[in-house]
Design a protein. Structure first.
Length: 195
């Protein structure tokens, strides 16, 4: 499933930039802050305590690099693929996450230098780590504004929500364990440069 999703995302990215029907193909490279990484962190710290380790905060940074490639037509509609932000926890136990997704978008004023847009689609998290059990695809939606936009590039900001989930082992002090689903992305804020 993970490999299939990766192939689909990268195929969409390649199609997006090689399409002869496309009016405008763009790349967005940015930094994204994720609120959901704290959900993962809480389980990791709780599990460390249940395993009898000293409770200390794992090192993590809730900001990662994200990449989005899309094709936009004259009427404002478009589609694209995205990768990121890369999320990592390191220390006593490890965790890494590379979210990938596909989405459709609508840009309200395609010819303007400042234009709002919306995008909706799906996301899937390619995860690995000490307590990772599974990854469940989910809905993705975002609203943003392209600033100083022209044929050569620009910049922008976006707020988005990622409803996809991962399943983690949740340990108890008595030696029992259960699984818990969390959203590692959840509410996200991005700033990006357009190419």
């Amino acid at each position: 499933m993970k490999r299939l999703m990766l192939v689909l995302v990268f195929s969409m990215i390649m199609f997006t930039n090689n399409s002869t029907m496309a009016d405008d193909s763009r790349f967005a490279l940015g930094l994204t802050h994720v609120s959901g990484l704290e959900n993962v962190m809480d389980i990791y710290e709780s599990n460390m305590i249940a395993e009898g380790h000293y409770a200390y905060s794992e090192d993590y940074w809730p900001v990662g690099i994200s990449f989005h490639s899309y094709t936009e037509y004259d009427n404002g509609f478009g589609f694209g693929g995205n990768v990121g932000p890369l999320m990592i926890i390191y220390g006593g136990r490890d965790f890494s996450d590379i979210p990938v997704g596909l989405d459709f978008r609508y840009t309200f004023f395609p010819e303007a230098s400042i234009t709002p847009y919306v995008r909706v689609g799906g996301r899937y998290h390619i995860v690995s780590g000490s307590y990772v059990e599974d990854s469940i695809p989910g809905f993705f939606g975002g609203i943003g504004v392209d600033l100083l936009r022209n044929k050569k590039g620009g910049m922008g900001i976006e707020i988005s929500y990622d409803a996809s989930e991962i399943e983690l082992v949740k340990k108890r002090k008595q030696g029992h364990s259960t699984t818990k689903r969390v959203r590692p992305g959840e509410l996200m804020f991005s700033i990006y440069i357009l190419f």
